[in-house]
Structure formats: C-alpha cells, structure tokens
Design a protein around this ligand. Structure first.
Ligand code: N01
Length: 538
C-alpha cells in the first residue's frame, strides 16, 4: 500500500509565531490582500505573554507605551489598570486586539514549524510542521521572538530531582502554591528578580542562587488613574512620535553633558530624579553613560549605594552589588521589593561566583561547597536569545544552505530583517536590529510595517522575490559591530553577547544605534527605491 502524501497548502504568506509581532504581521498582510497563515506552537496566542506566567511577571515598559499604536481607535478604547501591566493583563489586551481585528481565524495553534526550505526553481518556500503538514508559501516571516527558546542551568542531574521543578518561561497555567515549602531559585535576571519577592512571601524557606549580581531599580508600580490615562490618550499621537524618534523607544529628555563634567552633588541629584522613573532614565542621563567606563561607574556606584541602604546584612549587600559588568550592559531590571526580600530571615543568598553550581541532586542543589535540600526548584535561567528560536527550525536558503551554517560565527543580516541567500525570509526584531535594546512594541510595529511595505513595493513592480544583497548585509553587519564596539556592551558576559549559552559565538547581537536612527535609515531606503535589496520574478 502506498502512503498518501499530506496535501500541500499553498498560501501567499506564512508567519511563524502568534505573539505581538505575528498578529500584527497577519493584520498587515491581510490588508495587502495576501492569503496568510500564522503557525503557533502554543495552545493559544500571545507569544512571550502566553508562556511567561511566573509570579510577578509583568512588563517593565509602561503599559501605555507597551501597546500597539497602529490604530488610534484601539488606543483610545483600551484602558490599562496599572503603570506596568501584568502578564494576564497583556494577554487580555492581545486577545482583545485579535478579536477586534478578526485575527483568530488566521492562526493555527499547537503547530510547531520543523523546517523551511527555499526552492531555487520557483522562488518559494516549503514549510513543514512537526506534525508533517506542509505549506507552500511566497513570503516567510519568522515572528518567533527574541526570548522564546528557554535554557536550563547547564548542569547535570535535573531529571534526578525528586521534588517539583519549574522554569519561569514555561510556567504552569494553574496557580503554584509554595506555602510551607523549601524553594530554590536559580537565576537573578529580570524573571528571577520579579519572581523572588513573591515566592519569598509564600515559601517557608527560599534560597537564591546568584551567578551574576544584576542592577535593579525600583519599578514604583501604581494603579493608573483615570486622569493620567485620559491625559496620555489626549496626547497619544505626539507621545508615540517621540517614542519612535527616541533611542530606546521610550521618550526621555536628550542628554547634553558628560557625567564627568558635572560635580558629584549635581550628578547624584540627577540620578535621584530618574531613580524609579523608568527603565532607561539612569542610562540616558548623560551622553557618555554607556560609552565611557568612568561615566558609567558613577551610575553603577549610585545603584550599589542604594543596595547597601536597603539590605541590612553588609555581606549579603556586597554579594548583591554588581561589579563585573558596566551598568546597563546586561539588561537592567525593574523590581518590586527585590533587595528588601533579602532582609527576611527565611531568604538566603548563595554566591555561585564563589561556590559554583555543580549539579542538581535528588534532594536539591549542589554547589562546590554544599548540598541544599529543597522541595521545589525554580529555574529562572533565561533564554538562548535572539538566534535560538531561528536555529531551532531547519531553515535552508539558496542551494540548500542552512541558516545555522551561514551564522556559524554569529548572525549576519541586513537591518536585522533579512539574510542574503534567504529570499523573502524576514526575521521580525531579528539579530542586528534594535529589538531587545528598545521598547519591543515600537520595534515590532516598525519592522512589520517595513516588511509589509517592502512586499507591497515588490508586488507593485510585478516582482515576487525580495532578497538583500551580500554587500548590503556585510555593510549593515559591520555597522552593527562598529556601533556596538563604541559602547561598553561588549564588556559584559550577557545574553546580548550570546555568552550565557555554552559554545555560542560571542557577538553583540543587537543594534545600539537607536530606534529613531534605525527607522530614519529604513525610511530613507524605502524612499530611495530599496538600495541593497534585489527584486525579481522567477
Ligand atoms: O533571563 P536572564 P531572564 N548557573 O538571562 C542565571 C526579558 N524579560 O529570563 O547572568 C547559574 O536575564 C544567569 O546568570 P548569568 C528581559 O529582556 C523582561 O531573567 O548568566 N546561573 C542569570 O542570572 C530579560 O533580560 C521582563 O551569570 C545561571 C539568570 O540565570 C530577558 O527577558 C521580564 C545559569 C538568567 O537571567 C531574560 O530574562 C522577564 C547556570 N548554569 C524577562 N544559567 C520584563 O519586561 C543561567 N543562569 C519585566
């Protein structure tokens, strides 16, 4: 008997991922009249905000900035309840958007993409899911997110542990109760720093395993008053414009002076004034905060002083003080009561720099010095960032070249959006774009708009294939590296550099030229007829 081959579904555009990027891409492609399907591995839409449900999960960009700006009606009708939105509230918002713009029927849930192969013969892609379904598509958009392939603790024994284990990026949908339990949290990035205070409130005993002390600032979250909301809604257009033209996608006053030009009291007053205001105020206070180590040290020392003020035990405070990387070169965090949590008698800190993690045992966590017996382990150990979710799919371009081979020494791209030799493949907020160094919503909308406009431009010319040239890719990749090298970012062992994943090439993967400058560059390319892109119709 011969097996019947799965029928191939032919579409104009296939989008991978139904998070904030994928849903907006679907909306824009449909607006161009393209038959579009979104394939989503999760059992619901939402992307990051579907998966990351750990206690305390919330966005640390303000809700009224971390939201779509493409529809003034949507902007006006949706009400946020807090300055910083919780994960459930963002997920409700995403569902509202999908309902409002009729997007649900374009998404196939529970469908993980296994491979995507470009066909040189006719310039189209064959995309295969893990279940064996096949699609034939002209456009292929990877809207898979920068932080969606989680990583574990890179030590043996996780499967041996007899108690419960959790990863912040795959949190159960039902509430997890830590009451009366001895809990270990491994990892002190944004996820750990948000979860630890809430877990500490419940647990009988909490041990935090810290490899790198992180800089964190108080979120000072609060309910959003009707007046504040109405006021922002009135001036939304100008505010959005300012966000788009800014460096990080969050409007802040432009720095005019070096941190080293001003006397210490004035500098301290400046840092006090932005402390707890938002994620970027400390980094944007002076022109050289992120380019000069001495200038940066003034901000770093200010944060360390705050930690010493909050934490009662001087030794614990010193362990919590970051010293091995400049302020901001690992993603800084916003927290609610993180440092004060270490004043609880039931909370203990283990410095993995002094006593490295060696294994997970049946009873708990072992370091080079001791075994810590616990009931539950929470891994807040982060992600294979930026390239992990692209490498997880077998993507092959012209002549069958795997993307992972092309990126063996680190990602190269044109604008972080296209890779030469991979026609019609777009990576939303891909490596080489401002993405993770910006308010993601601002970057997502700009990327999706640019992709939709580029495709529309090609079709208007009668072309179906758009491909960045090798020269444009090289030029952009060099530019990303040069701008990165001008800053302090490469000095940190961060996930921006790929250094959190053993064996990953150490390359600064984000573009720090600013979202405003990036947008202006993209707009200019479009106005000039897309130099650096080759259009064709096989
Ligand atoms: O992950 P992380 P995350 N042994 O990589 C440690 C965004 N986000 O999930 O720094 C011991 O930052 C690791 O140590 P080290 C945001 O962009 C946003 O917290 O590599 N420890 C680190 O402490 C953020 O930056 C929001 O030395 C190990 C931690 O685990 C990004 O997502 C909320 C280890 C991982 O921290 C990632 O955040 C949450 C090992 N083998 C996340 N491996 C908001 O918007 C890793 N670690 C609020």
């Amino acid at each position: 008997m011969t097996a019947t081959a799965t029928p191939v579904r032919r579409v104009d555009a296939l989008v991978v991922g139904a998070g904030l990027s994928g849903l907006y891409m679907l909306h824009r492609f449909r607006g161009l009249g393209l038959d579009t399907v979104v394939l989503e591995a999760g059992s619901d839409i939402g992307g990051t905000w579907f998966w990351n449900r750990y206690p305390g999960a919330r966005c640390d960009v303000e809700s009224m900035e971390y939201s779509y700006s493409f529809s003034p009606e949507l902007e006006q009708e949706w009400d946020w309840t807090e300055k910083y939105p919780t994960q459930p509230e963002i997920l409700r918002y995403i569902h509202h958007v999908a309902d409002r713009f009729g997007l649900h029927d374009g998404v196939r849930l529970g469908t993980r993409v296994a491979s995507a192969h470009f066909r040189d013969a006719d310039g189209r892609w064959t995309v295969t899911t893990e279940a064996g379904d096949r699609y034939d598509t002209e456009q292929l958009v990877m809207a898979t997110g920068c932080l969606s392939t989680s990583k574990g603790p890179d030590v043996p024994g996780v499967e041996r542990f007899a108690g419960r284990t959790f990863h912040t990026a795959h949190w159960p949908h039902e509430p997890v109760d830590f009451t009366g339990r001895r809990v270990a949290v491994i990892g002190t990035g944004s996820s750990g720093i948000q979860a630890i205070p809430l877990i500490a409130e419940q647990a009988a005993d909490l041990t935090v395993f810290q490899r790198t002390a992180n800089f964190s600032m108080p979120a000072r979250n609060a309910p959003l008053s009707d007046e504040a909301q109405a006021q922002r809604k009135q001036g939304y257009r100008e505010h959005r414009k300012a966000a788009r033209e800014s460096g990080f996608g969050i409007p802040v006053p432009e720095a005019t002076r070096s941190a080293l030009e001003v006397d210490p009291e004035e500098r301290r007053a400046q840092y006090e004034s932005v402390w707890g205001r938002n994620l970027v105020g400390m980094l944007t206070s002076y022109t050289d905060s992120i380019t000069d180590r001495a200038a940066n040290d003034t901000a770093a020392e200010f944060v360390r002083e705050k930690i010493r003020e909050i934490v009662d035990d001087p030794e614990t405070a010193e362990t919590l003080c970051p010293r091995d990387h400049p302020f901001g070169t690992k993603r800084p965090c916003l927290d609610t009561g993180y440092y004060a949590t270490f004043n609880r008698e039931t909370v203990h800190l283990v410095d993995l720099k002094k006593t490295p993690l060696t294994e997970i045992t049946e009873r708990g966590v072992r370091t080079s010095e001791a075994e810590y017996a616990v009931d539950d382990i929470v891994f807040a150990t982060g992600f294979d960032a930026m390239t992990g979710s692209l490498a997880a799919v077998d993507i092959r371009g012209r002549a069958g070249l795997p993307l992972t081979d092309k990126w063996a020494d680190g990602p190269v791209s044109h604008l972080g959006l296209q890779v030469a030799g991979f026609p019609n493949l777009y990576t939303i907020t891909g490596p080489g774009s401002p993405s993770v160094l910006s308010n993601m919503m601002v970057s997502i909308e700009q990327h999706v708009d640019f992709v939709a406009d580029t495709v529309a431009h090609a079709h208007a010319r009668g072309d179906t294939v758009v491909e960045s040239t090798e020269e444009a890719e090289q030029g952009w990749t060099d530019h990303v590296r040069e701008v990165g090298d001008y800053t302090l970012y490469p000095q940190a062992n961060s996930w921006y550099m790929g250094s959190n994943v053993p064996g990953k090439p150490r390359v600064f993967m984000a573009y720090i030229g600013g979202v405003g400058a990036y947008r202006a560059h993209c707009d200019q390319l479009a106005a000039d007829g897309y130099p650096g892109f080759a259009f064709s119709a096989p």
